[in-house]
Each structure stands twice: as structure tokens, then as C-alpha cells.
Design a protein around this ligand. Structure first.
Ligand SMILES: [Zn+2]
Length: 210
């Protein structure tokens, strides 16, 4: 029970502090949310989205899974994306990977890890597609880190090519999709500069028109 007690104690201290500093914070948030960002990141405990982005509750809609994979048959992420983009009308989708990602490392290995091997399959495909480039890198850590970046790039493309984002752009909704990578070593976020701001940056086959 010690773990739970710690959480409850921390929570009450946090809520009391916020209430003291900003008395209208909770009543305002209780009325509704208007986040500007949708975060798609890794479940890794060392990459907590709001904390590393320096944002408050209410600022960011969040989806996290192992190795930040965007699957277009995953009802969970599709529901999150549809609600965040079409209902809450977030302005930016941030796909964030992190160096030293255990999921990406596992995807590069041949020995079994359990259920997660099915989940990581799209990353194996990214690895396979970029095998020449990645395998040329001598150091194992750097190889993993390059695949982390390539995986973010692939998932940015999947978000941008999704029917949800394509529909939003076709309707003239202002929305950008960005690829970021986080360093566990120094806490820095880096923009991979692979942003998509409208459908002109996506292959025509994915465009939606009436
Ligand atoms: Zn990870």
C-alpha cells in the first residue's frame, strides 16, 4: 500500500499548491478542455509528455504506446486522433520518439520478447527499409538512435496520410504534424524538421476529395 499512499499524498500536496497559486485553475479546467497539442509518444516512464514539454494540465491531449507507433488499424490511436483533431481541434500533432528506446532496440533483435514483437512489427519494417543506412553505423547505440529517428519519420507520415488528418486538411483546418526526438541524456527535445503543414507534403494517393 506504500506506493498508493505516496501517490495520494503527493497528489493532495500538488492540488493544494496549485489552488493556492491559481485559485481559478481547477474550476476553469472542470468546465472543459481546449488543448493546442496532440502528443503521440512512447510509454517509457522517462518521457512524460507534459513534464518535458513544460505544459500544464489541459494543454495537451496525449496518446502513448511502446515506441510511439501509429497503426491505422489501432482503434485506440484512431479514436484519440479523431477526437483531438476533429472535435478539440488541436493545432499541432507532435510525434515524439526518444533515443535509447527499448522498443526500437527490441525491434532490431531476432530473439522473442513476447506479445510486443507483434506490436513492434512496423518498426522491423522501417529497419528493413533502411537496413543499408542503419547497418553502416558501427556503434550499436547510434544504430538504435538512427532507427529511433527513422521510426518517428515513418509515424509522422502515417499521421499525415491518415484519413483523419487528410479530411481535416481537405476541410481547410489548420493543422501541422511534427516529428521530435527526446534525449534521455540531457532532457532536450529536438525538432527533426520533417513537419507536414498541409496535404501538399503527402503523396496524392492519400488525398481526400469530394
Ligand atoms: Zn521508448
Amino acid at each position: 500500500m506504500e506506493e498508493l499512499e505516496t501517490i495520494l499524498k503527493n497528489n493532495r500536496q500538488w492540488a493544494d499548491r496549485i489552488e493556492k497559486e491559481k485559485p481559478d485553475f481547477f474550476p476553469k479546467l472542470a468546465k472543459g478542455q481546449k488543448p493546442r497539442y496532440l502528443w503521440i509518444g512512447c510509454s517509457d516512464s522517462r518521457v512524460p509528455s507534459n513534464v518535458i514539454a513544460g505544459l500544464e494540465p489541459g494543454d495537451m491531449f496525449v496518446h502513448r504506446n511502446i515506441a510511439n507507433v501509429v497503426n491505422n488499424n489501432d482503434l485506440n490511436i484512431l479514436s484519440v486522433m479523431e477526437y483531438a483533431i476533429r472535435v478539440l481541434k488541436v493545432r499541432s500533432v507532435l510525434v515524439c520518439g526518444h533515443y535509447g528506446c527499448g522498443g526500437v532496440k527490441a525491434a532490431m533483435e531476432n530473439h522473442p520478447h513476447g506479445m510486443v514483437d507483434n506490436w513492434l512489427r512496423p518498426i522491423k519494417e522501417v529497419y528493413q527499409e533502411n537496413r543499408k543506412e542503419v547497418d553502416r553505423i558501427e556503434d550499436e547505440e547510434s544504430r538504435i538512435n538512427r532507427l529511433v529517428e527513422l521510426n518517428v519519420k515513418k509515424q509522422v507520415e502515417r499521421v499525415a496520410n491518415s484519413t483523419i488528418v487528410q479530411d481535416a486538411w481537405a476541410d481547410g483546418q489548420q493543422l501541422s504534424v511534427h516529428g521530435l526526438v527526446y534525449s534521455l541524456e540531457n532532457g532536450h527535445l529536438t525538432d527533426l524538421k520533417i513537419s507536414k503543414i498541409d496535404r501538399s507534403g503527402t503523396p496524392e494517393i492519400f488525398h481526400v476529395s469530394e
